[in-house]
Design a protein around this ligand. Structure first.
Ligand code: FES
Length: 81
């Protein structure tokens, strides 16, 4: 992860996967640090970290990015006529 956040693990390797138009899937982390420097304990093997900034459960993804994607597609359809 970049300088705005990070993930650490005492158990082994941490992996991060970007979902298309969605969150980062973080596997194997013990904690995730948000952009403000606050550390969030990870209690599951895989967590979804919000990258769109719209989640009500930040830093975790709550699925709001899907609504944004639909609205963008609707706006594009209107623009295309
Ligand atoms: S990436 Fe899913 S709510 Fe932000």
């Amino acid at each position: 992860m970049g300088p705005a956040g990070g993930a650490v693990s005492g158990r082994g390797q941490v992996s991060v996967e970007q979902c298309p138009d969605g969150p980062l899937l973080v596997r194997g982390a013990d904690t995730v640090r948000d952009a403000a420097g606050e550390e969030h304990v990870v209690r599951r093997p895989v967590v979804a970290v919000c990258v769109c900034g719209c989640s009500a459960r930040a830093p975790w993804c709550d699925g709001t990015h899907k609504v944004r994607r639909v609205r963008r597609a609707e706006a594009q359809l209107e623009a295309d006529g």
